[in-house]
Design a protein around this ligand. Structure first.
Ligand SMILES: Cc1cc2nc3c(=O)[nH]c(=O)nc-3n(C[C@H](O)[C@H](O)[C@H](O)COP(=O)(O)O)c2cc1C
Length: 341
């Protein structure tokens, strides 16, 4: 088994049990919805349709980038793709670096377009791979393999620095992102992988011209912890809990984004209440990785559908209770900070 295949298998095995999740939370429990006893709306008037990057989706949920680039990833990617096609949800494939290095690993990516001919699918590549510029033929390869609607660039310095033989050079990532934005015609989305984007980093990304940022904050899967488990680190390491909680990222992003780029909330999204709170805080979409992986591991496509239908039902009920017809009606006025008791 190649090193990259082993690494990707380890990532699924370690994360799916939840053992690599942060102890600290994303912070959603610190906010409560304000009950509205006069909603003045009918349940049937509520819609979950959401506009993101000039396209309409069935629900404000983006399925976060996870895997691809080795044989066993094909089933997982095919399941997610078929599901997103059925429910008109956007999703991102995992890093395509493996297939750029070994074209025989493209199958687990190609399958997503076969299963989802019309869904919104995003490519994925690490920021470190953009240092010095990614060759145009590689960019074309990533996009063409899945007929991508967008490219996601992931930033993961904690993971790289804790991974054996991981990357330890980060100078030039920002310029790489700026060039990518200029070189491609599809939108570029930049995300963290669970340690969060600070207001300062979001400002720089907005200046690079990215179309959307996904804060991917702390409170869900900790990639410091994943790599610390993999490298056999003994006891607690400070990077296990390194990162900005998702709610802090969202609140910090509000003033930096204005109308110049769209905001995705992820990192510890574990219910549709978390998505709704994120939308109140300025996000257009919530995104999740681990809950999707776990639902598929338990029940395959049906397991994912069961999870999604519960989130959908709860979300519709919540919008009605708040007197909101559309997800875009959600606003900070619907939340109150819970007093520390
Ligand atoms: C098994 C697994 C593999 C992942 N691989 C990638 C990846 O290749 N590229 C990426 O941008 N993020 C990757 N992520 C990170 C997720 O997209 C997400 O940002 C992070 O897990 C936080 O979300 P969560 O708390 O819902 O899990 C991966 C996550 C998981 C669970």
């Amino acid at each position: 088994m190649s090193e990259i295949t082993k690494r990707k298998k380890d990532h699924i095995q370690i994360t799916q049990t939840g053992v690599a999740s942060y102890i600290k939370t994303a912070g959603f429990e610190n906010y409560e919805f304000i009950h509205n006893a006069l909603p003045e709306i009918d349940l049937e008037d509520v819609t979950t349709e959401t506009r993101f990057l000039n396209r309409w989706f069935g629900f404000p949920l983006f399925i976060s980038s996870m895997t691809g680039g080795y044989h066993d990833a094909t089933i997982l990617n095919a399941t997610i793709a078929a599901f997103c096609e059925a429910y008109n949800l956007p999703f991102g494939v995992g890093s395509q670096r493996a297939m750029l290095e070994d074209p025989s690993q493209a199958e687990s990516f190609k399958v997503v377009r076969e299963e989802a001919p019309s869904a919104f699918i995003a490519s994925n590549i690490g920021g470190c791979q953009l240092i010095g510029g990614l060759a145009p033929e590689k960019i074309d390869k990533m996009i063409d393999t899945i007929r991508a609607d967008a490219i996601i660039v992931h930033l993961n310095p904690v993971q790289e620095l804790r991974q054996k033989a991981g990357n330890n050079t980060f100078s030039g990532v920002r310029e790489g992102i700026r060039s990518l934005v200029k070189d491609v015609e599809i939108p570029v989305i930049v995300k963290e992988t669970g340690s969060g984007l600070s207001p300062g980093v979001i400002s720089q990304l907005v200046d690079c011209g990215v179309a959307a940022v996904d804060v991917a904050g702390a409170g869900g899967t900790s990639w410091g912890r994943v790599e610390n488990i993999r490298n056999g680190s003994v006891g607690i390491h400070f990077t296990d809990e390194w990162g900005i909680p998702t709610v802090d990222c969202l609140l910090g992003a509000r003033e930096k984004i204005e109308d110049r780029c769209e905001l995705i909330s992820s990192g510890g999204i574990r219910s549709s209440m978390d998505i709704a709170k994120s939308l109140c805080m300025g996000a257009v979409m919530g995104a999740a990785a681990l809950p999707v992986l776990q639902a598929i591991q338990i029940g395959g496509y049906d397991g994912l559908e069961t999870l999604f239908k519960r989130w959908q039902d709860d979300f519709v009920l919540l919008l009605c209770l708040l007197g909101c017809e559309h997800p875009s009606d959600l606003d900070m006025i619907h939340l109150r900070r819970v007093a520390v008791r």
